[in-house]
Ligand binder design. Structure first.
Ligand code: F6R
Length: 237
């Protein structure tokens, strides 16, 4: 794993955006694996800025998102479908049919088959949960290979309650790409920012690979780049 520390979140996210932009520039019909959440917002802002400046062209790009809540309509502003529209897809020239976000109406096998049929993910963007989750692969006794429906842990429900009016409104289930689906991406970039993520970053990097810290599996990925700010790197010193 490559590990890079930046002085702040904006710079870590800009580094991630540069890697994605480089991928699009070198292969215009590349397949992006995309994440939602607070962490990648500045990544998407940069990509939109570069598209608006005429530097990036998304017309042949295809994308597959990591995950989506179960039981939330796509039009609900808190859905990951809506998140992607609002923060990226509505602002660039990506073809709507080329964007894919999983949902409870498809099976995990169908989603994985569509990723494979498209040629596989060239570059997968990830955040990390405070409990070490990637996508919604929560800590467990074993890794889950393919896209699957999963119960969210209390730590994730608590973390995501900041977006909802009450904690009772937070969905209890999600559909998520599995660890196998993520590990099949040709390149993985994980962005972690803020001191809340310091422990997860430390465990991902320094502890033995374990499904109890799902991100630790990235130690085995042949092309994985971890981009963090100083706060998220604080336990690494
Ligand atoms: C989102 C996702 C999650 C988030 C993680 C961190 O698509 O897959 O694993 O990356 O929960 O979320 P933030 O960035 O909001 O701290």
């Amino acid at each position: 794993m490559e590990f890079h520390v930046y002085e702040n979140a904006q710079k870590a996210c800009e580094a991630a955006a540069i890697l994605i932009a480089a991928q699009i520039t070198s292969k215009s019909d590349c397949i992006l694996g995309l994440a939602t959440g607070s962490t990648p917002l500045p990544v998407y802002e940069k990509l939109v800025e570069w598209y608006k400046n005429g530097v990036l062209d998304f017309s042949d790009v295809r994308s597959f998102n990591l995950d989506e809540y179960i039981g939330i309509d796509h039009k609900n502003p808190l859905s990951y479908h809506a998140f992607m529209q609002e923060n990226l897809f509505d602002h660039v020239n990506i073809v709507p049919e080329n964007t894919h976000v999983p949902d409870g109406d498809m099976t995990g096998e169908e989603y994985d088959a569509s990723i494979r049929a498209a040629g596989g993910i060239d570059i997968q963007l990830l955040g990390i949960g405070k409990n070490g989750h990637i996508g919604f692969n929560e800590p467990a006794d074993a890794f889950t290979y393919g896209t699957h429906v999963t119960d969210l842990t209390q730590s994730t429900i608590d973390a995501n309650s900041r977006f909802f009016e009450s904690i009772d409104d937070v969905p209890r289930q999600a559909i998520s790409m599995g660890i196998g689906s993520i590990m099949e991406a040709r390149r993985v970039i994980l962005v972690a920012t803020g001191k809340d993520k310091a422990e997860a970053v430390y465990k991902m990097m320094k502890e033995p690979v374990t499904p109890h810290v799902p991100a630790s599996v990235l130690q085995l990925h042949p092309d994985c780049i971890i981009l963090v700010d100083e706060a998220a790197a604080s336990l690494m010193k």
